[in-house]
Design a protein around this ligand. Structure first.
Ligand SMILES: C[S@@+](CC[C@H](N)C(=O)[O-])C[C@H]1O[C@@H](n2cnc3c(N)ncnc32)[C@H](O)[C@@H]1O
Ligand code: SF4
Length: 452
């Protein structure tokens, strides 16, 4: 019996484990182009509804050490003056965007991401926060979420995190196995992680997220399950479980990983399944592609009530119609489309020094793109979608990929009935490939990471 299941999974991985996007937007970032520039962004900002709330994303592209697996847009910046001058430019960008918006806006969510936002000195974090509050009406109960590296929370960082009103803290863990940590260039003890979590609880942070990864060199399913158990001992509210995206053509640093020690697709899948079982046994509910939460957590409630949102930060409860991105490489989402800042800090800096919005590219989705975006996002968030209802809402014809859906149905991944798709639990690991059936731009995009 065991052999049959293994064979089945091997077949499924061969069919649906190919390279597809993570769909944090549709169209995805490789389709952004220079037709959307600083002038476009300024006109889009000016035309947004002044009564609607906005969310803010701040990208800090620095870390204290570089992890070899890292796929994020970040570098090591050792000099404090480099970090401080980046923060000064963030302050300038906040002022420019606020001026283009015209009226003051209400802010419901602030997300500090990276890289590692606390690579900024505490004083610089406070200055950026003060600029936000000078230009925007940040609501008293706004959710302030910060991505943190447990190994580097020293100096004035904890006091700064308290001062900026941090409510949700997200820590990178990846794997606790010393052999894996050695291979990925990230040495982080359980005690170090526990201390960082306790420090955040000490300043009143009530929501803790931990990031784990599967598919890392030397990782085994038993080791991945042990990491999940040790992560659970820290009593997180949410756990993200990312499949290692090996994209050495994009991230040179990944070439330094011991490639021969990377697990194959079947082992990767088994590690994912081992973490999944550990999380469920502990009473966590699976959310979308790669998240777990306690049933009473707001993310779990949003998922069960059908209003979970997927954006550039992954899964969120943030449904504000406007997401403003600040910092090099950050992406914003407006009713008119997506905008992305220059990814390299020098170009981003040059634009800001010249008093220009530092936009490099973007896209204004077509009506057809918007319909497909809704299908893809409902699949990734709800694991179900009513294709006919979406097509009617958008008043557009939609040719269903019936043959491919029937094959997936036969393979046990989903149920397809009268234009409704319901993804089964067995299909959850393959959600990206199911969503890709509705991506008519896929053939035009560049290379992606493997789906599972
Ligand atoms: C910005 S980091 C988290 C905060 C902090 N920089 C840290 O690492 O502790 C975001 C997360 O992305 C995930 N990640 C980074 N590179 C990845 C890759 N190549 N494939 C999949 N996940 C990756 C890791 O789980 C990491 O914790
Ligand atoms: S995983 Fe986090 S700490 Fe490591 S390099 Fe990436 S952003 Fe920096």
């Amino acid at each position: 019996m065991g052999i049959i299941i293994r064979m089945d999974i091997r077949t499924l991985l061969a069919r649906y484990g190919g390279d597809v996007p993570r769909y944090t937007s549709y169209p995805t970032a490789p389709h952004f182009g220079p037709a959307v520039d600083a002038d476009t962004y300024a006109s889009w900002l000016a035309a947004t509804d002044p009564t609607a709330p906005v969310s803010l994303y701040l990208h800090v592209p620095f870390c204290d050490e570089m992890c070899l697996y890292c796929g994020c847009s970040t570098t090591v910046a050792r000099r404090a003056d480099v970090r401080q001058s980046y923060a000064n430019l963030l302050v300038r960008e906040i002022g420019l965007v606020a001026a283009a918006l015209g009226k003051r806006r209400r802010v419901t969510h602030i997300h500090w991401g990276g890289g590692t936002p606390t690579a900024l000195p505490g004083k610089a974090m406070r200055e950026v926060d003060a600029a936000l509050r000078q230009h925007f009406d940040v609501e008293n109960d706004a959710e302030v979420a910060v991505e943190l590296d447990p190994r580097h929370l020293g100096g004035d960082r904890i006091a700064a995190l308290a001062a900026i009103g941090t409510r949700r803290a997200s820590f990178g863990v990846q794997d606790f196995d010393p052999q894996v940590q050695q291979a990925i260039g990230r040495i982080q003890s359980h005690a170090q992680t526990a201390t960082a979590v306790a420090a955040m609880r000490g300043i009143g942070v009530r929501s803790i997220n931990l990031d784990l990864m599967y598919g890392l060199p030397h990782q085994t399913p038993a080791g991945a399950a042990e990491t999940a158990r040790r992560a659970l001992a820290l009593a997180p509210d949410r756990v993200a479980v990312f499949g290692y995206a090996h994209v050495p053509w994009m991230r040179q640093r990944q070439k330094l990983l011991p490639e021969a020690a990377l697990p194959g697709p079947l082992e990767r899948f088994a590690s994912r399944a081992a973490i999944d079982a550990t999380m469920r046994e502990a009473g966590f509910v699976a959310i979308g592609l790669d998240h777990y939460a306690r049933p009473q957590d707001s993310l779990a409630r949003a998922a069960s009530e059908g209003h979970l949102v997927r954006n550039f930060q992954g899964y969120t409860t943030d449904d504000a119609p406007v997401l403003l991105g600040f910092g090099a490489s950050s992406i914003g989402s407006l009713p008119q489309g997506f905008v992305q800042n220059h990814a390299d800090v020098p170009s981003w800096r040059e634009a800001l020094n010249a008093g220009r919005l530092p936009v490099a590219r973007g896209i204004a989705p077509t009506p057809e793109d918007r319909m497909r975006a809704e299908i893809i996002s409902r699949l990734l968030c709800d694991l179900s979608v009513n294709l006919g209802a979406v097509a009617r809402r958008h008043n557009l014809p939609l040719a269903w990929p019936t043959a491919a859906l029937r094959t997936m149905e036969r393979d046990g991944l989903l149920v397809f009935d009268h234009g409704r798709i319901r993804v089964r639990e067995e299909g959850r690991p393959f959600l990206r490939s199911i969503a890709a059936l509705f991506d008519t731009r896929l053939a035009l995009a560049g290379r992606h990471s493997q789906a599972v």
